[in-house]
Design a protein around this ligand. Structure first.
Ligand code: ADP
Ligand code: MG
Length: 298
């Protein structure tokens, strides 16, 4: 590889909002035949907004419960939590006794003898909190609209009685560029996959809207990395595109790692390429650039 060709490639990348850290990823890029995309913040805007909030309790307790919900989400760094605190802006904070973040699930806290849960259905199931059938149906309806459902629940001090207090729907619009970019990659013979920590129903709806047929939901950070490893064992050269802390393991495992700008600092640290644009069409552009660079080299 001539250093000049690499320098030209890196320079051209910069002109196109593609920051390339090393020669190696520029050289491997053109051999990529599998691309793994994270959903939230990569395929979607990553700016979730609460569209619905249904309380299951009435009157008297409600203001206090809203404070508890607000406080729990104020202490979480998850983008969904920010959507909730924005929705409940100007709510007062309470002082929680404990607070715990559960990866891929949500958050829990103890407050005045009771335990509170904010997160997905798995968080409730694993804590043996029953969701009424009517709410399960409500969740499916929202998930079919590509929304993510968040439950707010409480278990009373004795540990016997528990109830769902509220259910929220959160929308995270798909980027305008996603469908086109994915189609471009597929038409170049590249297999495209979507991974997400989100639930299966929402994941399937989003994947369907952008034309991805292979999707894995409920993925923990290690699952994402294992999936990349599986593809590599099957002989694929894999590019992983993500934006979050929970993508960084998979990005470290991949042959080419691409961070979406405005993602977490950790993702950008790990990534060998960073797209300083939210436009997914930069991905086929980056691979094209690699092809041109290598052509010059040979
Ligand atoms: P991803 O970024 O791919 O969605 P995460 O592992 O960060 O994956 O989150 C997985 C799921 O856990 C979310 O989709 C959400 O359902 C739930 N979750 C995590 N943190 C929170 C939170 N603070 N509030 C509500 N739900 C949460
Ligand atoms: Mg993400």
């Amino acid at each position: 590889a001539t250093p000049t060709a690499i320098m030209v490639g890196i320079g051209k990348g910069a002109e196109n909002n593609i920051l390339i850290k090393d020669a190696e990823s520029l050289e491997v890029g053109h051999r990529v035949n599998a691309i793994v995309l994270d959903k939230t913040g990569t395929i979607t805007e990553g700016k979730p907004v609460v569209t619905d909030l249904r309380w299951m309790v009435d009157g008297y307790d409600l203001p206090q419960l809203q404070r508890v919900l607000y406080t729990l989400e104020s202490q979480s760094a998850h983008p969904l939590a920010e959507a909730v605190t924005t929705k409940l802006a100007n709510t007062e904070l309470v002082v929680l006794d404990t607070f715990e973040s559960v990866t891929g699930r949500g958050v829990t806290a103890r407050y005045q003898q009771d335990t509170y849960f904010v997160g997905n259905q798995n968080l409730l199931t694993e804590n043996k909190i029953k969701v009424p059938d009517e709410l399960l149906q409500q969740a499916i309806d929202w998930e079919n609209q590509a929304k993510t459902v968040v439950f707010f629940a409480r278990r009373e001090s004795a540990g016997i009685q528990s109830e769902v207090l509220a259910i929220l729907a959160i929308a995270d619009p798909i980027k305008a560029s996603s469908k086109q970019a994915i189609h471009t990659l597929q038409s170049q013979g590249i297999s495209v996959y979507m991974l997400t920590g989100d639930n299966a129903q929402t994941a399937a709806t989003v994947a369907n809207q952008v034309g991805v047929n292979d999707v894995r939901a409920n993925q923990m950070p290690a699952d994402k990395a294992n999936f990349v490893k599986e593809l590599q064992r099957a002989g694929k050269i894999v590019a992983m595109v993500g934006d979050g802390i929970n993508d960084s393991q998979a990005m470290a495992q991949a042959d080419v790692s691409i961070a979406m700008g405005k993602g977490s600092d950790i993702a950008m640290d790990v990534a060998r390429m960073t797209l300083i644009t939210s436009d997914l069409n930069s991905i086929p552009k980056a691979l094209q650039l690699s092809k041109q660079t290598v052509r010059v080299i040979r």
